[in-house]
Write a protein that binds this ligand. Structure first.
Ligand code: ADP
Ligand code: MG
Length: 352
């Protein structure tokens, strides 16, 4: 009896402490994440410091946004982009769909700044090479004459005319394909949306291309950059406040024919896959700019990337060439930690 009376208050204290602990564990900020497929890749959303309910609300919003944007912006199944392309091919004008507004003018500007190495008007070339589909079985390069015929049509974002809310093109060979840009713009918009609903620390990572805001508690987010020449991570960087990291690589989509690799980043000047680079990583405040720039610098290659980077106003770039050397701006070299031993030969661009 005595022992029971002694025990009961103790038990109550214990129960109270356990409940308190459980409650504080629930309220302690923690990491939540989710994954889903969008834009032809695995998207991962990671949030820190939000409660479970907010995190789940954010995941639902991200999933719905990505699906909507992907359906609106895809170039190879019915979408606002294919409707615009049909009008251009027929020499007609078409009302500019609101969902295309974040793509057309920004892409025109970035294309101009890149000297048209980033050129989303070359959809016909992408289609000719077959990179609009994921089925590469038995694929071989197109014949030269067909490539040359398309290159000589000079499809350019400059040909597009926006007037009174209508879109037209002075060149009917223009076929829009935002494969090098849409993921960047999409990631940017999804992060804005999640920020508006109250998530302050998060990463939206679409197949290694990402935007991160805030931090992981006391420490910044640390991001891995894939090794284009072997499995695994080549390097990592810490992210400050709000930055985007986008990489274009020759390993994403390609086929092999007679011992040569033909990948999906096309040099609009030649009509052939760009040579000299295996991957380009760009860090920038704006994810659309980072995405377009990674493609443009990949096309520019190890000899010319820095002049294009300068023209596009980029400070943080790393290009891995076909021999595995890392060409970098000084600012990028400063913050990059190589995760391979030995690290690759590093060539820091003096003018950057
Ligand atoms: P990733 O597929 O790794 O995101 P990119 O951002 O470089 O790579 O996008 C490549 C895609 O962009 C291609 O699949 C094609 O649809 C399109 N593309 C290829 N070459 C160019 C180019 N020079 N300018 C604009 N878009 C391109
Ligand atoms: Mg890109």
């Amino acid at each position: 009896m005595t022992s029971r009376r002694l025990c009961e208050p103790k038990l109550r204290v214990c129960a109270f402490l356990i409940a308190l602990l459980a409650l504080s564990a629930c309220e302690r900020p923690q990491v939540y994440d989710t994954q889903f497929l969008a834009f032809g890749t695995l998207v991962e959303v990671t949030v820190y410091g939000a409660d479970r309910q907010l995190a789940e609300h954010a995941f639902d919003a991200a999933r719905a946004d990505f699906q909507f944007l992907h359906r609106s912006w895809r170039a190879w199944k019915p979408s606002a982009v294919t409707r615009a392309n049909a009008a251009i091919a027929a020499g007609r004008s078409i009302e500019l769909a609101p969902v295309l507004e974040p793509l057309i003018e920004p892409a025109q500007r970035l294309s101009r700044l890149s000297g048209e190495l980033f050129n989303p008007a070359i959809g016909k070339l992408i289609e000719l090479w077959g990179f609009h589909s994921d089925d590469y079985a038995g694929r071989r390069p197109p014949v030269n004459a067909r490539i040359d015929a398309l290159v000589s049509q000079h499809s350019s974002m400059r040909d597009l005319v926006l007037e009174d809310g209508r879109l037209s093109s002075s060149n009917r060979s223009v076929q829009l394909d935002f494969g090098a840009f849409a993921k960047g713009v999409g990631v940017g918009r999804v992060v804005e949306h999640l920020r508006r609903i109250g998530v302050d620390n998060l990463i939206v990572n679409a197949g290694g291309d990402l935007r991160a805001i805030g931090a992981h508690g006391e420490r910044p987010w640390r991001i891995g950059i894939r090794n284009p020449l072997a499995e695994g991570v080549l390097a990592s960087v810490e992210i400050n406040a709000d930055e985007s990291v986008f990489t274009s690589g020759n390993y994403e989509r390609y086929f092999e024919f007679r011992g040569r690799r033909y990948h999906h980043i096309i040099d609009p000047r030649t009509g052939y896959p760009a040579r000299g680079a295996t991957s380009v990583t760009v860090i920038h405040a704006d994810p659309g700019t980072a995405d377009a720039a990674a493609t443009a610098l990949f096309v520019a290659g190890p000899r010319h990337w820095h002049s294009v980077a300068h023209a596009m106003g980029l400070g943080q770039v790393m290009l891995i060439d076909t021999q595995g050397r890392a060409h970098m701006t000084a600012a990028m070299a400063e913050r990059t930690r190589f995760e391979v031993d030995p690290p690759p030969p590093i060539i820091v661009n003096k003018g950057s």
